[in-house]
Design a binder for this molecule. Structure first.
Ligand SMILES: *[C@@H]1O[C@H](CO)[C@@H](O)[C@H](O)[C@H]1NC(C)=O
Ligand SMILES: *[C@@H]1O[C@H](CO)[C@@H](O)[C@H](O)[C@H]1NC(C)=O
Ligand SMILES: *[C@@H]1O[C@H](CO)[C@@H](O)[C@H](O)[C@H]1NC(C)=O
Ligand SMILES: *[C@@H]1O[C@H](CO)[C@@H](O)[C@H](O)[C@H]1NC(C)=O
Ligand SMILES: *[C@@H]1O[C@H](CO)[C@@H](O)[C@H](O)[C@H]1NC(C)=O
Length: 341
């Protein structure tokens, strides 16, 4: 009962605050920490009774990291996180954040990492991150269902964490102008990976180390989804609903390290894997598969077709099984016999 009343009070306060009557930071504890290892245990804690900007609390101190955890910050308003020239990392985590107004972040010249995980964000509007240049952005464990078509444009991002949200579509435009190395989007609702899914990455054609779409609702991977990427590290499609990986889907990649399609509905991998070989010097290692069929064949350049027995549980086709013990396996051109399979 008491909990319920407290909860109602909190909801009421939050509603009042949403309509603009509260300051952005009310009754919020902020911890400032140093990034350098030798000062790791020094910190400064400040209680903000009511303020619309963090700068006056942060700038007089000599710390580089802002930590706000399990506080109550429902809305980040325009200019509220700005004008802090020393700050390298900002964490606003598990603090009930539901909306970020465009214009919240600016004049943060040293910021490298922004972590807004564990909040209740439902939408990332265009312009929210416009003025930011960060290596790493985490929006994990929110309720994000809508992303503006330019949500992450030109942020200079290397690492993007969107795991555990409600994203159901994929747009390559979101990533425009970023040299992304890792896109973590596990535990969402994405149904389709469209053609040229990585088209707008800055340095399109380079290597991407991790694409994690495990635990989504993927049913369709376009045959041209990966076009333009030359090197793929880990591609994780675990726990989706894929029935067919199109033949040739990896043809534009000259190298893929690990493809994980465990727990999908793929009944035959032959086409997709064999045709990876249509690119010269493609490399394919450590294929993890879990299929319902009992037998499939892999064509490996310079070797007879290999029968691979696939059982229900996940099964790593490592060097012992499908690939020769030489360091890397060169796969080239689809075998003609493949067509008649
Ligand atoms: C902050 O604390 C003051 C004093 O206890 C209270 O009046 C105010 O409603 C609180 N604001 C929020 C947003 O919790
Ligand atoms: C930015 O912060 C400095 C103090 O660090 C202050 O002197 C200056 O007025 C602020 N500028 C703006 C635009 O808020
Ligand atoms: C963000 O913060 C959460 C909670 O502290 C942590 O678990 C997670 O690893 C952080 N993510 C990044 C990318 O730093
Ligand atoms: C992909 O995400 C899943 C679920 O969060 C995680 O367990 C796994 O380690 C991730 N894989 C890679 C390659 O990052
Ligand atoms: C493939 O698996 C082997 C054995 O686990 C490991 O040593 C090797 O680094 C893996 N290769 C790649 C490209 O991940």
């Amino acid at each position: 009962m008491v909990t319920r009343v407290l909860h109602l009070i909190l909801v009421a306060l939050t509603l009042i605050c949403d309509s603009g009557n509260c300051a952005t930071f009310e009754n919020v504890s902020i911890v400032l920490v140093s990034r350098s290892p030798e000062y790791l245990r020094t910190f400064f804690s400040v209680y903000v009774r009511s303020a619309n900007s963090l700068a006056p609390y942060v700038n007089p101190q000599s710390f580089e990291v802002i930590v706000i955890v399990e506080e109550n910050v429902p809305v980040l308003r325009k200019n509220s996180i700005s004008n802090m020239s020393k700050i390298e990392e900002i964490n606003i985590v598990a603090s009930g954040l539901r909306r970020i107004e465009p214009g919240t972040f600016h004049d943060l010249p040293k910021l490298q990492q922004l972590n807004l995980s564990g909040n209740s964000l439902v939408e990332i509007e265009n312009g929210v991150f416009t003025n930011l240049q960060v290596r790493s952005l985490s929006l994990q464990n929110n309720q994000i269902a809508r992303l503006g078509d330019r949500a992450f444009n030109d942020m200079n991002l290397r690492f993007l964490f969107l795991n555990h949200n409600k994203i159901s579509t994929w747009s390559s435009k979101w990533f425009a102008g970023n040299p992304l190395k890792s896109i973590q989007m596990a535990d969402n609702l994405v149904q389709e990976l469209p053609a040229y899914a990585f088209k707008y990455l800055r340095r399109f054609g380079d290597r991407i180390d991790v694409i994690n779409l495990s635990n989504n609702k993927l049913q369709r991977i376009d045959g041209q989804a990966f076009n333009g990427l030359n090197h793929l590290g880990v591609v994780n499609f675990q726990n989706n609903l894929i029935e067919v990986l199109p033949s040739n889907v990896f043809r534009s990649g000259s190298e893929i390290n690990t493809l994980d399609v465990t727990n999908n509905k793929i009944s035959d991998l032959t086409a997709s894997l064999a045709c990876l070989t249509s690119v010269d010097s493609a490399v394919f290692e450590n294929v993890t598969v879990s299929l319902t069929t009992e037998l499939t064949k892999l064509y490996v350049y310079g070797r007879p077709p290999i029968d691979v027995v696939l059982i229900q549980s996940s099964n790593t086709l490592g060097e012992t099984n499908a690939f020769p013990s030489s360091k890397k396996t060169q796969l080239v051109t689809c075998p003609t016999s493949f067509m008649s399979l």
